[in-house]
Design a protein around this ligand. Structure first.
Ligand code: AMP
Length: 413
């Protein structure tokens, strides 16, 4: 069964096509960037990779494409897949369903769902909690409804995996009415990634996931650390929004809650300015004027003290959250690292895990430097795994499962 997976951001649409039946093979992937401009870009790596000029011949020079909106971007992806050159699918009819990454499912969605009008309304209601993320997903869903007329679509929510977090962990110590009437609580994010990483870790442990306690560290441009007990999230570091927890590329992570008020009351900053400072100019960017960890590490090695401090702060805070997560689980069977930094950066992993030597964790420097699946020595008390993130595969599998069930149901007369 072939599934198209779409991840719609505010100015980009990423796509992947999977063959899901048993093999889970990635057939094609790509992205349209700078949507809403006349210098948009289309990158694809599928059959077109053999002749990169194919896409250019179809649409024009990359970097100079006129892509006014998400509908136009989805149309381009559809045209690519329909084209004679495309060996990934034999036309659009070959695609059984479309899976969408949706960031916020609020308290409404505890699992992936087949999209209908009611689900669209639910995603719209949750947009209040993710104003930057849910609206582009809705644009993608609506575009697909028109372009792939009638093909089943499935929404897979970043927050859904965290719906198992108990109330003692998801409630904040603030007036009850703020939760009851306004939904202010911890929701958590990166759920699809934590779900994948923890399931892969259970396989490596050769244990049923129901009998595992796993610390899942998704460390990328956005970072979160999750306590996964028996395959279910019981706590995570992000909260109402993806600003909480670990220090990130441009977001601060945990703060004294009075800080934004101080910025408004004492520094006379507008709400808009505070919003921008916390979303775009904090974290690594705020500390050392760079947000890409590869660049920061290079500059730190060359002696840049701000970059050295930023890396120190990141490693220290990540370690502190891992410690808290181990306590939440009353121990752990494995620690997993995933996402850009987590799966590629031996130096940062070693720095973080230095704080965990008292737990009997022993890093094997060779295994770590090669980003091997297990980066600890055979006699380490707790194994540490590196699992490359694959959220799209989870979305494809969920979509195939839901579409498969739907197609087996007898048609309603
Ligand atoms: P993501 O959001 O998962 O794409 O992760 C992006 C972050 O991962 C950026 O800060 C990158 O600099 C970082 N990253 C990716 N590859 C490496 C690497 N080989 N070494 C260090 N950091 C990396």
């Amino acid at each position: 069964m072939k599934i198209l997976v779409l991840n719609c951001g505010s100015s980009s649409v990423k796509y992947k096509v999977y063959e899901v039946d048993g093999v889970n093979q990635e057939l094609a992937s790509g992205m349209v960037e700078r949507i809403g401009t006349k210098n948009a870009d289309l990158k694809c790596s599928c059959c077109f990779a053999h002749d990169p000029r194919c896409a250019a011949r179809m649409f024009g020079e990359p970097g100079k494409l006129d892509v006014p909106d998400h509908r136009a971007a989805v149309n381009m992806i559809c045209d690519l897949l329909k084209s004679d050159h495309c060996t990934a699918v034999k036309g659009i009819d070959d695609i059984a369903g479309i899976g969408h990454r949706v960031v916020h499912g609020g308290e409404e969605f505890a699992e992936s769902v087949l999209i209908d009008d009611e689900v669209i309304e639910g995603i719209e209601r949750c947009a209040r909690l993710a104003p930057l993320h849910n609206p582009p997903a809705l644009l993608g869903i609506r575009a697909c409804a028109e372009i792939f007329s009638g093909k089943p679509q499935v929404a897979v929510f970043d927050t859904a995996f965290h719906r198992s977090i108990p109330e003692k962990a998801y409630r904040y110590g603030i007036p009850d009415v703020l939760y009851r009437q306004h939904g202010i609580r911890k929701y958590g994010f990166h759920g699809t990634s934590h779900r994948y990483a923890s399931h892969e870790a259970a396989k490596l442990l050769k244990k049923p996931i129901e009998h595992t306690r796993i610390v899942s560290c998704h460390l990328g441009n956005g970072s979160s650390i999750t306590a996964v007990q028996g395959g279910k999230s019981i706590d995570t570091t992000m909260g109402l929004t993806p600003l909480a927890g670990v220090i990130m590329g441009t977001r601060p992570g945990d703060l004294d809650p009075f800080i934004p008020l101080f910025m408004i009351k004492e520094m006379k900053m507008s709400v808009q300015e505070v919003d921008e400072a916390l979303n775009k100019r904090s974290g690594f960017e705020g500390i050392c004027n760079h947000h890409d960890v590869r660049e920061i590490e290079e500059l730190a090695r060359a002696g840049d003290e701000d970059c050295q401090l930023a890396l120190d702060m990141f490693a220290y805070r990540a370690a502190r959250f891992i410690g808290g997560t181990v306590m939440a689980l009353s121990g752990c069977d494995a620690i997993v690292f995933t996402a850009g930094i987590g799966q590629n950066d031996p130096y940062m992993r070693a720095r973080i895990l230095k704080y965990a030597t008292h737990m009997g964790i022993k890093i094997d420097p060779e295994r770590n430097s090669r980003n091997e699946r297990m980066i600890t020595t055979d006699d380490s008390e707790v194994p540490v795994f590196v699992i490359p993130a694959n959220e799209e595969l989870v979305i494809a599998r969920d979509t195939a499962a839901i579409v498969g069930v739907r197609s087996k149901k007898p048609a309603v007369a």
